[in-house]
Design a protein around this ligand. Structure first.
Ligand code: 5AD
Ligand code: SF4
Length: 449
């Protein structure tokens, strides 16, 4: 029960949004609100939306329906929609028309103004004055980017912390809406990142994940010539026990130097998330990915020279004009490379992107292909997990498993492990002997030393 004014934030979509929500929570805390996990207790409800695929958008639309009931019960609640879906102004207008009970719509570019917008709206409500509801500034195609929110993030994921190093994207893959809703690439100064990482480690965080749509192009927009490899080395040299991770790597920009750095530094996690998208060169070209399957395959061969490394990926099926032959190329790629894990998606047309203007495939074909792909990858992930049995790995304990006396964590290369253990273990590194598997996750026992 919140005796004080509380806020509730629900996040849709990617890790980037999770990080943004932590920043938004920081802003709301500064305004004097407390976080709650119970939406019915909140006086401010924020939905941080995602529009990368239609499944993400549908989830947001479903939740809006539920919020209407909440607002009917309590007219005082402030309901705010923010993020990528709102950055498309037409969509914000359409949502407002349909759901006039929503109080504020803020696109990605205006997120740093959340505090001022809330204050104004509350003041206007008090004075029974009409207030502006939609705050969306369009990005220009050339050099516009999101201003960083300088308020410290309100973090909820101990012992893991996410640190944004570059926002936006310059790649314009033909299917993707991100460059339109997040603007151009903007790198954060390495000194700011360094200071944030050190401060998190001093607070006891044990795993830092550097975030960006394409971390490898970090620094390309700076005049001082920073680059991702130098940033990684600088952070890896911090003399404290922790794990350094990063995502996402674009295959066209992952350099041999970065691969060597990952190999060389013990505290850099041996995990590379490297979206393939398709195994067909014809489709990769239509996607504007700027690499061939052969380039990608060579890259995985180089990465696999790192002992115990895991490569994970994103794959899409049903891109416009994808033939059975193209799809078989993707299946062959999955069979050949043997990803530890894959996020697998059905292509969905995004308004304004190049691919949305190409001939679209029927849903039936897309569904059939995703089922075949998921079936194949699940088998591969499970086979890989079998190879962990009988070996000992260092695991960072991240959480308890509800309703049991078990805890879970991850190996250095990102495999999920569960085992008997107490809450006090959260944030500790323990050696775990892997006993068996469940699906693709591992079940182990903590070794006593
Ligand atoms: N349809 C389906 N999947 C998409 N992705 C990006 N845009 C789309 C789209 N229009 C997937 C890509 C990307 C991941 C984050 O989301 O695989 O790597
Ligand atoms: Fe989208 Fe391509 Fe940029 Fe990734 S690299 S965010 S898929 S445009």
């Amino acid at each position: 029960m919140c005796n004080l004014a509380c806020f509730f934030i629900e996040t849709f979509g990617c890790q980037m949004n999770v990080y943004d929500s932590e920043k938004l929570a920081g802003i709301l805390s500064e305004l004097g609100y407390l976080p709650t996990n119970d939406v019915s207790q909140a006086s401010i409800v924020v939905l941080n939306t995602c529009c990368i695929r239609n499944t993400a958008e549908n989830k947001v639309l479903g939740r809006i329906g539920e919020l209407k009931k909440l607002k009917d019960k309590n007219r005082e609640i402030l309901i705010i929609l923010v993020g990528c879906m709102i950055q498309q102004e037409d969509k914000a207008k359409e949502l407002l028309k349909k759901h006039s009970f929503i109080d504020i719509f803020i696109g990605t570019k205006n997120l740093n103004k959340l505090s001022a917008i809330i204050k104004n709206t509350l003041q206007d409500k008090k004075n029974e004055k009409h207030s502006e509801k939609i705050f969306v500034e369009p990005f220009s195609i050339n050099n516009d980017y999101i201003e960083q929110i300088t308020t410290p993030a309100y973090r909820t994921s101990f012992p893991n912390a996410w640190v944004n190093i570059i926002s936006g994207c310059n790649n314009f893959c033909s299917y993707c809406i991100v460059p339109y809703v997040r603007g151009r690439e903007k790198s954060i100064h390495p000194d700011i990142i360094y200071a944030e990482v050190v401060s998190l480690l001093e607070k006891g965080y044990k795993e830092i994940t550097l975030l960006g749509q394409n971390v490898n192009s970090y620094g390309n927009d700076s005049l001082e010539g920073w680059n991702f490899n130098e940033l990684l080395i600088r952070l890896a040299k911090i003399n404290m026990k922790y794990r350094l991770r990063f995502m996402t790597s674009n295959p066209k920009d992952l350099t041999p130097e970065i691969i060597s750095t990952v190999r060389e530094y013990n505290n850099i996690s041996k995990h590379i998330h490297l979206p393939l998208q398709s195994g067909s060169n014809r489709i990769l070209q239509l996607m504007n990915r700027k690499y061939t399957y052969e380039d990608y395959y060579d890259l995985t061969k180089k990465i696999k020279k790192i002992p115990d490394v895991a490569i994970t990926t994103d794959i899409m099926v049903g891109f416009p004009t994808e033939t059975e032959e193209d799809f078989l190329d993707t299946l062959r790629a999955v069979e050949d490379i043997k990803f530890h894990n894959a996020f697998m998606f059905v292509y969905s047309a995004r308004t304004g992107t190049q691919a949305s203007k190409m001939p679209q495939l029927p849903n039936k074909i897309k569904k059939e292909r995703i089922t075949r792909l998921v079936g194949m990858q699940n088998g591969i992930s499970q086979n890989i997990s079998q190879k962990y049995i009988g070996k000992t790995y260092e695991v960072l304990i991240e959480d308890t498993i509800k309703g049991s006396n078990k805890v879970c964590g991850r190996t250095d290369n990102g495999r999920l492990v569960s085992m008997a253990g107490e809450r006090e273990l959260i944030g500790k590194f323990v050696n775990v002997n892997i006993i068996t598997t469940k699906g693709s996750s591992l079940i182990g026992e903590i070794e006593n030393d």
